[in-house]
Write a protein that binds this ligand. Structure first.
Ligand code: GLA
Length: 384
């Protein structure tokens, strides 16, 4: 990440004022793939990579936003049209809009955005941008809404302004991250329980395949619809079922026999994955990292076979990783169709693991991956 001093300098040059600085991290998810929008549980951690937003207030109901990565400035009225459909600035304007819904008075701002969470890497660069923007705009308005409310507003921004029907995991992880802890999150009640991860024994390694497939957003939204279809079918015989979280595979397997195969497989993945999250949280709590690793491998298989959100590159990265010394588990993380895998690796093996995996993946694909060990970090806040 570019040094804060150089960013402050850039802000002064662009906007001629002394800014406040805010940060929000990306995340990886140890387990609980596509369970969040089914109101289930997830087990992510905030990573030590951030989106920074430097900010000063304006009073003319306009936002002027410069992105360091994209080398672009976008200026518009708060209610005015932001740039094209998936443009980075839509996340920023979306958050300004959604904060109104939780009582944060946004009067306008000049913002400089710089992030070292890679785009399209499955590490939630978008949630990091949303949450850092939300903290900046709330900070300028001198209000501090609770973190769960901020996370909800950011999710609303992405659902309503960007058109991606994401769940709430990424935004919650970015808000509630805790150094050296993973977070067991109940995505219905938004209860967040930090669970320690002993970095003297195991490390979390993120392996970016550098491959991202088109139409990931529309395929993601289709998975949500398929889950809703499964819920409608269950609720028709068992009223009171609101989400797949309320069902167990044991109880619905026979019911699902007559369903279209894709709906049956989606429901099987989600219900069994939720059970795996509980088992994984127990394993983590008791320091049984072998058991956690095995659950991660099962999760990947299910995401590939039943949920069909993996890719050739993700599968290869997992297959190569699991054979290496010190590897305990590996799975794709994030929405899928490309992006990164998350690996659980014995601490003493981490350097060799990282170098070997990079070498093997490159020799098989010709693509140079980005593979780094990361440390669970703290959630968003102002940098003072
Ligand atoms: C993306 C979404 C999350 C979650 C994951 C899959 O990261 O933003 O809400 O659904 O995919 O677990």
């Amino acid at each position: 990440m570019a040094g804060l001093d150089s960013l402050r300098q850039e802000f002064r040059r662009l906007f001629g004022a002394e800014p406040r600085a805010f940060r929000a991290p990306g995340r990886v998810n140890l387990i609980g793939g596509h369970t969040d929008y089914n109101e289930g549980w997830v087990l992510p951690l905030a990573i030590d990579r951030d989106c920074l937003v430097l900010a000063t207030a304006r009073s003319d109901r306009r936002l002027r936003v410069h992105s360091r990565e994209f080398g672009e400035t976008i200026e518009a009225g708060l209610d005015g049209p932001a740039a094209g459909e998936h443009h980075w600035s839509r996340y920023v304007f979306g958050v300004a809009w959604a904060l109104g819904g939780i009582g944060v008075p946004v009067a306008g701002a000049d913002l400089l955005v710089a992030s070292d969470v890679p785009h399209g890497g499955g590490l939630s660069s978008s949630a990091a941008l949303e949450v850092s923007t939300a903290f900046a705009l709330s900070g300028l308005a001198s209000v501090s809404p609770d973190r769960a409310k901020i996370a909800r507003a950011c999710q609303r921004a992405e659902n309503g302004f960007v058109g991606m029907r994401c769940g709430i995991m990424d935004q919650l992880a970015s808000c509630f991250g805790r150094r050296d802890h993973a977070l067991l999150i109940d995505c219905r009640t938004l209860d967040v329980r930090p669970v320690p991860l002993d970095s003297s024994r195991v490390r979390v390694v993120v392996a970016n395949t550098m491959a991202r497939h088109a139409l990931a957003g529309s395929a993601y939204n289709r998975r949500r619809e398929e889950c809703e279809e499964a819920v409608r079918r269950i609720a028709a015989v068992r009223p009171g079922i609101r989400a797949l979280r309320d069902a167990s595979w044991e109880k619905i397997a026979s019911l699902a026999q007559d369903w279209p195969e894709s709906i049956r497989h989606r429901a099987r993945h989600v219900t069994l994955e939720i059970a795996r999250v509980h088992a994984a949280a127990k394993a983590l709590e008791s320091g049984d990292y072998e058991a956690l690793g095995t659950l991660m491998l099962e999760s990947h298989r299910s995401l590939h076979e039943d949920y069909e959100v993996s890719s050739a590159e993700l599968n290869l990265m997992v297959e190569l990783a699991r054979e290496l010394p010190g590897a305990l588990g590996a799975r794709m993380t994030g929405g899928g169709f490309g992006g990164s895998t998350v690996n659980l690796v014995r601490a003493e093996a981490v350097d060799d693991f990282t170098a070997s995996l990079a070498h093997l993946y490159e020799s098989r694909t010709g693509i140079v991956p980005q593979i780094t060990a990361c440390r669970p970090g703290d959630g968003a806040g102002e940098i003072v």
